[in-house]
Design a protein around this ligand. Structure first.
Ligand code: MN
Ligand code: MN
Length: 467
């Protein structure tokens, strides 16, 4: 009887899929590395709250590691490190490989834009002696989550003479912050009857920015006048200058450890800066790779990747074509031989909301980086669906290098869906698969990831680009 039992458990061990917690699969030393890694990750999150800031922070890190701005015709020996910035909102970093570029590149693509509140182009108004900014939300967010919490303001204002002002208010301890108001429960009887999707409407996401009127003036809109005069003094701008501004309100809080055991990181914007940072860290530490490595941190994923800084544009393709030309190769041949990890987050199983996931095919925190064969909605609409052959290759690589990983798809079949940049890169004839970190409360102002999964994403990107 007992012999039988041990035979079946032995057979189970051999034949069943293992889904053990990563914490139980890693050495103390490895756990320490992953905790240390997350310290630098939190610094990145705090200094890179928008796509523009992520580019600036990434370029600083790249330059420290010897990466140079790429210019056509520069000397590109194996091991050379270069980068190219696209309009301040996306960046491509590359390390030249020892193999011919015609053998393809190892591509990692993550995005550095996150859901947020953008200011409208004519945002400033006064209502009942309070001043506000009108906003237009960016990306898929639950609007009710963005009220009654501190917001910081980031971005640029381009004046009519072409000079550009950088704005960053609300991150320093002594800075003021901003806030969208919500109704007190005492008077919210009608609001509470609205469906959750309309609990706060788009036109109710108005940010309070001031309440004191301009002194010695009995004109109308004295509070608005006082605010614009403060802004004029500080930045030299007039109301017209908002037309050529990109101002983004994001949560003003900092990245922190979560839990008594400090096992998780909570922060705004981890979709997808968690994959951006880990992919960046991998290329920063990449020396003399076999294949040329190309890591792109892109913009506009959250609005569908359109626009000249999103991956539906040709900027990545042009970069690869430029590299190919340097070595007398055809750009399309380089792409056709290339392989890509589309580095984006997946939804982590949330025990409070178990019904949206199918438990055998979803991602769990602490079980490692998630490999997602396909994304999309309904009948896999909008997916690139990596081939079994490519999944097999990636799986073998991760196993051989002791990367803790799991498989997972986004939610139950009929429940919703989502996409990543994988399809746009695959459309360039590149073998592409989604690999990323599972996230709790994705797209919320405060998202949660596990430190083990963050570290395993870094390891996955590292072993992929070194292969
Ligand atoms: Mn994402
Ligand atoms: Mn997203």
């Amino acid at each position: 009887m007992s012999e039988n039992k041990s035979a079946s458990s032995e057979l189970k061990d051999k034949l069943f899929m293992k889904r053990k917690n990563g914490f139980l699969r890693m050495s103390d030393e490895e756990i320490k590395s992953c905790d240390n890694f997350s310290e630098n990750y939190k610094c990145f999150l705090n200094s890179a709250k928008t796509e523009r800031e992520a580019v600036i922070t990434s370029v600083e890190l790249l330059e420290k590691k010897g990466f140079k701005p790429y210019s056509i015709g520069m000397e590109l020996r194996p091991g050379a490190k270069i980068y190219r910035v696209n309009r301040g909102k996306a960046v491509i970093a590359s390390v030249i490989g020892s193999e011919s570029i015609e053998k393809g590149v190892r591509l990692c693509a993550a995005h550095i834009d996150s859901p947020r509140l953008d200011m409208k182009q004519n945002p400033l108004y006064e209502d009942n002696e309070m001043a506000f900014f009108k906003t237009h939300y960016y990306g898929g967010l639950k609007k009710y989550q963005w009220t009654a919490m501190p917001l910081s303001l980031h971005g640029v204002i381009v004046k009519s003479d072409g000079t550009q002002i950088t704005v960053n208010i609300g991150e320093n301890e002594s800075d003021p912050v901003f806030c969208v108001t919500d109704l007190l429960p005492h008077l919210a009887t009608e609001q509470m009857k609205r469906p959750l999707s309309q609990a706060i409407k788009g036109e109710e996401l108005n940010i309070v920015i001031g309440s004191r009127p301009f002194r010695d003036d009995d004109a109308s809109e004295a509070v608005k006048l006082n605010i614009i005069s403060i802004l004029n003094e500080k930045y030299g701008i007039t109301e017209d200058d908002f037309i050529s501004a990109e101002l983004e309100a994001v949560p003003a809080f900092k990245a922190k450890d979560i839990g008594f055991d400090r096992s998780m990181v909570g922060s705004y914007g981890q979709d997808d800066r968690v994959c951006a940072y880990t992919a960046l860290a991998a290329v920063l530490n990449c020396e003399n790779p076999k294949h040329t490595v190309v890591t792109v941190l892109t913009d506009k994923e959250e609005t569908g990747s359109d626009g000249n800084t999103g991956l539906c544009s040709s900027y990545l393709k042009y970069f690869i074509y430029d590299l190919a030309a340097e070595f007398g190769a055809q750009g399309y041949r380089v792409l056709s031989a290339s392989q890509c990890l589309s580095a984006d987050v997946n939804a982590a199983f949330d025990p409070t909301f178990p019904d949206v996931n199918e438990k055998n095919n979803c991602a769990y925190i602490n079980k490692g980086v998630v490999v997602t064969k396909f994304t999309g909605a309904r009948g896999k609409s909008g997916t690139s669906d990596a081939s079994a052959e490519f999944v097999g290759r990636v799986r073998m690589l991760l196993d051989n290098k002791n990367v803790v990983w799991q498989t997972g798809e986004l939610g139950k079949v009929d429940i919703g869906g989502g996409g990543t940049v994988a399809a746009y890169i695959a459309n360039l004839d590149v073998d592409t698969i989604d690999v990323g970190v599972p996230v709790l409360s994705m797209h919320a102002p405060y998202e949660i990831v596990s430190k083990i999964d963050v570290y395993m994403a870094y390891r996955a990107f590292q072993v992929f680009i070194a292969d």
